[in-house]
Structures are given as structure tokens and as C-alpha cells.
Design a protein around this ligand. Structure first.
Ligand SMILES: Cc1cc2nc3c(=O)[nH]c(=O)nc-3n(C[C@H](O)[C@H](O)[C@H](O)COP(=O)(O)OP(=O)(O)OC[C@H]3O[C@@H](n4cnc5c(N)ncnc54)[C@H](O)[C@@H]3O)c2cc1C
Length: 360
């Protein structure tokens, strides 16, 4: 390929963007990664301070680059940051432009025009959307929130329990983040988990092995569509720290979700009102893809239109790292590269065709 032919532009330099860069290059195309922050490790450094991976190191690595250290330990957040930075270093000649936020994408013929916050316009033969969801926390409407005098924070902005010491805190949600954060807050605050549905606790160790061992040997992580049954059911919580016991014996208070907020109060489903200092929304995230809006690649709810990560609106546009986009493991360190291997060939076929149509 001609060295000045348009690159495949990859938006985001987290694990998804790095996996995409490797796969794009292996198809003989030139990847250019654009990253809004100064990091080459995605959003990991913004996750809460106590975070350890829910999978052991041996099941948390990208292909060809083992996670350093004891393979059976659960690495800390900061180790993931270092791991991804060194993964980026090993990509060698792949250009990763940090401090470059994509604001809009348009098409002109077979190519894409990618605009950045600095006012640049770059031409791409194909686009990989790998911008994650951490930048788009989901904040549900809460009746009475306008008059609530306490803090309402999304768990995306939560770092550690210090600001909440001695306070009355309600955590809204019942997934992994909700239970983990409520559990650590409960050491120094009075905490209630306000749930919409009962969580389903998955034991960390099954028959002497971490549950990820069984996901691997059964092929569960690789079966397209497996996630559907799970996501349709209860929120899944990996029981890494005696969470189930705490939840079920009442050491961690939990109730059906409140019905309204008032001035520094929540109103519980049984009609009781109670003073609350802070509400932590552990209500999840949505894909951070607003820059695709004017392209017409999103549905009315702002979600990507795709099948298994391949855009159904624009050939040459693909997604990586969407939750459950192909398998249960899609949005994980262990699963994203297998998705890249499945999806990038479709993009390469398009980008190769687009380039030859231009005589490049
Ligand atoms: C609290 C928490 C705990 C998790 N724990 C685990 C775990 O234990 N194991 C596991 O495998 N997975 C875990 N995950 C899930 C997943 O692995 C992580 O969310 C991971 O960070 C996703 O990687 P990503 O590359 O898809 O997205 P991100 O890490 O979010 O990276 C996306 C990148 O895109 C950039 N970006 C966004 N918009 C733009 C734009 N317009 N222009 C340019 N750049 C942009 C962002 O700055 C960011 O660097 C966890 C997730 C959360 C939230």
C-alpha cells in the first residue's frame, strides 16, 4: 500500500483501540489512533482507587503479552494501566496521537472525514469506534432530584470512601460496581443499596478454580450470543469479597429502590422518609459515541446500529468494546482481541476496496 494512503482511524487508545490497531496493522493497513486524553491505557486510571480485576492475571491479558507477575493474583487498577502502556509501546510503529478528541465524522464518497476538537480534518479509509462508555455515565431521572439538597454523584466520579465518612449514603443499583462500592463505603458510613432487581451472585471460585477458568475451558467466553441470556436476567455480581454473605445477612443494608427524593430525604417504597447525605448512582454507562450522531450511524436512543460490531449503516465503520457486542467477554481485557480478529477483516476488505477505488 502507498505510504501516504489514508489510514484506518481508530478512536480511543484503551484496550479496544490497542487491540484494533494490532489487528488493522496485521491486515496490511495503516492504523492511526486518536485519543482524547494523554493516556494510552483508556479509562482505567479513572476507576476507583481500590479496584482489583475480577479475573486473575492469567485471564486478563491480551494475546502475545502475558500479564507480568503471579498469574493467579487479581491485579490492581494501576497494574492494568502499566500493562496497557507497555502493550502500546510494543505496538512500535503504530501512531497514537494523544490529546486529540474526535468531535464529528462525515463521509465523502468511500472515505470518512474525521474532525477533531482542534479543528483538524483527517481522511480515513475506515473507522474503528473504540471510545468506550466511561465518558457517558447513565444518570436516570429521579423524581424530586431538583429539590434534593444532598450530593448525587455517578459512580464514575467515585474514587474512595473518604468524602463520605460518617454520612448516610444510598447506592442506587445492584451490579458489580454498586455492591463493591457499597461494601467499602459501609466500613465508615451508613449505607443502603437501593435495588431495582435482586443481584445474582456468581462465586469467584468453583471446584477449586477461578470461575474464569471454567469460562475458558467450556468455551463460554467465545460463544456468540451467550451474553443475551445473562443480560436479560438479574444483575450479575462476581462475589470477590464475601459480598453475598454481607448482603444476605444484613451487614450490607439493601432495600427496593426509593420512590422519590425530597429536601435531603429519600422516600422508601413503604412510605418512610429518611435523611440522606449522598446518593451514588451505580446505574451503568452507555456507549460514548456522540460524535457519530450527524453521520446517521446511531438509533433514536443514540446507540450504535450494528450487528456484532459491524455497522449496519456505514460499510467501513466498526465498533470494538461494546458490552456484549459478540460474546460475554466482549468488553473485557481477555475478550476484546478475539472480537478484533473477527471484525477487522470486514473493515480491511472495505478499506482495501476504498483505497484501490482511489488508485492508492
Ligand atoms: C469500574 C469498572 C471495573 C471493570 N473491571 C473490569 C475487570 O476487572 N476486568 C475486565 O476485563 N474488564 C473490566 N471492566 C470493563 C472494561 O474492561 C473496561 O471498562 C475497559 O476500560 C474498557 O476498555 P475500552 O478500551 O473499550 O474503553 P476505555 O478504557 O473507556 O477507553 C476508551 C478511550 O477512548 C477515549 N475517547 C473517548 N471519546 C473519545 C473521542 N471522542 N475522541 C478520542 N478519544 C476518545 C477515552 O479517552 C478513552 O481513553 C471494568 C469496567 C469498569 C467501569
Amino acid at each position: 500500500m502507498h505510504s501516504d494512503s489514508p489510514p484506518v482511524i481508530i478512536i480511543g487508545a484503551g484496550q479496544s483501540g490497542l487491540a484494533a490497531a494490532k489487528a488493522v496493522r496485521s491486515h496490511g493497513l495503516r492504523p492511526l489512533v486518536l485519543e482524547a486524553s494523554q493516556n494510552r491505557s483508556g479509562s482505567w486510571s479513572y476507576y476507583y482507587d481500590s479496584l482489583h480485576l475480577f479475573s486473575p492475571a492469567r485471564f486478563s491479558a491480551m494475546p502475545d503479552v502475558p500479564f507480568p507477575g503471579d498469574p493467579d493474583r487479581y491485579p490492581h487498577r494501576d497494574e492494568v494501566v502499566s500493562y496497557l502502556e507497555s502493550y502500546a509501546d510494543r505496538l512500535g510503529d503504530v501512531e497514537i496521537r494523544t490529546g486529540t478528541r474526535v468531535t464529528q465524522i462525515t463521509t465523502d464518497g468511500p472515505e470518512f472525514a474525521v474532525q477533531t476538537a482542534a479543528g483538524e480534518e483527517l481522511t480515513a479509509s475506515g473507522v474503528v469506534v473504540a471510545s468506550g462508555s466511561f465518558g457517558n455515565p447513565y444518570r436516570p431521572y429521579l423524581t424530586g432530584a431538583e429539590s434534593f439538597g444532598g450530593d448525587i454523584v455517578h459512580v464514575a466520579d467515585y474514587r474512595n470512601p473518604e468524602p463520605y465518612v460518617g454520612e448516610r449514603v444510598v447506592v442506587l443499583g445492584a451490579g458489580n460496581s454498586a455492591i463493591q462500592v457499597a461494601h467499602e463505603l459501609a466500613e465508615k458510613s451508613t449505607v443502603t443499596v437501593a435495588r431495582l432487581r435482586e443481584p445474582e451472585f456468581v462465586p469467584q471460585v468453583v471446584n477449586g478454580h477461578d470461575v474464569h477458568h471454567w469460562f475458558d475451558v467450556t468455551g463460554f467466553d467465545r460463544i456468540p450470543g451467550t451474553w443475551l441470556a445473562l443480560l436479560a436476567g438479574a444483575p450479575l455480581v462476581l462475589d470477590t469479597g464475601g459480598y453475598r454473605a454481607a448482603y444476605e445477612v444484613g451487614r450490607l443494608d439493601q432495600r427496593p429502590v426509593f420512590t422519590a427524593l425530597g429536601h435531603n430525604e429519600v422516600e422508601w417504597a413503604d412510605g418512610r422518609r429518611e435523611h440522606v447525605d449522598a446518593i451514588v448512582l451505580a446505574t451503568g454507562y452507555r456507549p460514548d459515541v456522540d460524535y457519530l450522531r450527524s453521520l446517521g450511524a446511531l438509533d433514536d436512543a443514540g446507540q450504535p446500529r450494528h450487528v456484532g460490531g459491524i455497522s449496519t449503516t456505514h460499510p467501513g465503520l466498526v465498533y470494538l468494546g461494546l458490552e456484549g457486542q459478540r460474546t460475554f467477554a466482549s468488553n473485557t481485557l481477555r475478550g476484546v482481541s478475539q472480537d478484533a480478529e473477527q471484525i477487522i477483516p470486514a473493515l480491511a476488505a472495505y478499506a482495501g476496496g476504498a483505497l484501490s477505488a482511489l488508485g492508492l
